[in-house]
Ligand binder design. Structure first.
Ligand code: GBH
Length: 457
């Protein structure tokens, strides 16, 4: 595609999707209500020592009961889209087989409420809350879980597919596989490095099996997948560091992008992983490579890496460069988003790209007179939206942007200690208060262009 000379600096296309994002376990609470089954995150968060402070999603932001008010929060942001996820164990409490109608009813009401408010629902089917019953049968290392996912996708899209026209199969398969089954920092907390690549494969297969099911049940819908992608820079200019950056890129990005867009796993990384690479049916690659309408990109931070004698088989180590870091310890580097987007367009040319998450955690102070000043988060959003806008002008088919997150929420292993919201959540009263970043974002969305960050100072 051609550079867009029609767009002035700072201005976004008129039909741009402006949204905000959440995930079921991070906001809903009500974990024992209306027939919901147990998920691996219930089990994990209730296991001592697994999350910060022993925090769980039992109550979270109580969105399950406050969803109508939360739609009002979105209206105040002027967003035209909302990305949320469906809790698989609300729909199929045992993971497959028996359907739980009250679970479907909840999302049905939410979707109708969003549409009535002029907000387009973007539904993620899997944002990490696997039914515990499936984990008990082996979890993602078991290929039956991929089939169960396709069944779940069928049940959901039969019910919502007439009104929901934007579907994301999986959120961040790298995180699911690596943090869930390799390091064990996330549910289900397994430390089984040999399961890592089989889990990735079964996740990609689950995605590929679901795509035609979704298309069948939700006519003329847009179907995509969301990956957590980074841009890998060599820390130094040695050939060794260059090669290390290429391996990190292979590990984080290409191992997912290549099978989805080019029909197979990357050769150089097959050599790096060696005997770790599982055997699988050749026909799986055809399933995984089903054409997509968009690629969802979650971008937070780039990676600066150097060669390492340790860390086999990658032999890569992250380098802490000078710069600004967020409360997660992630480097603020907007050029990384520009470099990532232009590279995705160049190397894979997906039909469209959507930023399905971008945002920053900072330790906000509680509201004073109804205001929460979060200048660093405003700056983070402004600089990353500027990078995104430059990518659009340079011809990247970037169609939308979702700020992570609508409100502070359960940040997985970090519990409630990290705040990513455009709204501040008081976890005693569950009251929501818009932050300056929310005010700033609402103006950007309303005007369809970047506005000065001082406008909310
Ligand atoms: C997303 O994960 C999630 O989709 C969302 O639920 C979550 O709340 C949000 O981001 C904020 O965390 O630091 O070396 O582990 C983001 C996961 C974070 C994975 C950055 C890759 C960099 C590598 N990504 N991480 S490292």
């Amino acid at each position: 595609s051609q550079p867009r000379t029609d767009l002035a600096p700072g201005r976004f296309p008129a039909d741009f999707t402006w949204g905000t994002a959440t995930a079921a376990y991070q906001i809903e609470g009500a974990v024992r209500e209306d027939g919901r089954g147990v998920s691996i995150w219930d089990r994990f968060s209730h296991t001592p020592g697994k999350t910060h402070n022993g925090d769980t999603g039992d109550v979270a932001c109580d969105h399950y009961h406050r969803w109508q008010g939360d739609i009002e929060l979105m209206r105040r942001l002027h967003v035209n889209a909302y990305r949320f996820s469906i809790a698989w164990p609300r729909i199929l409490p045992e993971g497959w087989g028996r359907v739980n109608p009250p679970g479907l009813d909840f999302y049905d009401r939410l979707v109708d409420g969003l549409l009535a408010a002029g907000i387009t629902p973007w539904v993620t089917l899997y944002h990490w809350d696997l039914p515990q019953a499936l984990e008990d049968r082996g979890g993602w290392p078991n290929p039956d879980t991929s089939k169960a996912f396709a069944e779940y996708a069928d049940v959901v899209t039969r019910r919502l597919g007439d009104r929901v026209k934007h579907w994301i199969t999986l959120n961040e398969p790298w995180v699911v596989a690596f943090l869930g089954y390799f390091t064990g920092e996330h549910a289900p907390g397994r430390k089984e490095p040999e399961s890592y690549l089989p889990v990735v494969h079964n996740l990609l297969l689950a995605h590929g099996l679901a795509v035609p099911v979704i298309r069948e049940n939700s006519r003329d819908s847009q179907v995509g997948i969301t990956l957590n992608l980074t841009h890998a820079y060599p820390a130094g200019d040695s050939a060794e560091d260059e090669a290390a950056a290429k391996r990190l890129d292979g590990f984080m990005n290409r191992w997912f992008l290549d099978p989805l867009f080019t029909g197979g796993y990357p050769r150089d990384m097959i050599d790096v992983f060696g005997s770790w690479v599982p055997s699988f049916d050749e026909s799986d690659l055809g399933v995984i490579g089903a054409p997509l309408d968009f690629l969802g990109v979650n971008y937070y931070s780039p990676s600066f890496v150097q060669h390492s004698e340790g860390n086999p088989p990658l032999h890569v180590e992250q380098v802490r460069v000078d710069g600004e870091y967020t409360d997660m310890g992630w480097l603020v580097y907007p050029q990384g988003l520009y470099d990532l987007l232009t590279r995705l367009h160049r190397d894979y040319s997906p039909a469209a790209i959507v930023i399905t998450e971008n945002g920053a955690a900072y330790p906000d102070e509680p509201p004073v007179e109804g205001r929460v000043h979060d200048p660093k988060r405003v700056e983070y959003y402004a600089s990353h939206l500027d990078a995104a806008q430059r990518a659009i002008r340079d011809g990247v088919p970037l169609r939308g942007y979702f700020a992570w997150s609508l409100m502070d929420n359960f940040e997985w292993a970090f519990g409630y200690s990290k705040r990513f919201g455009l709204y501040y959540v008081d976890y005693e009263t569950l009251e929501r208060t818009i932050k300056d970043s929310g005010l700033w974002y609402s103006r950007v969305v309303a005007e369809g262009q970047l506005v000065p960050t001082e406008s909310v100072a």
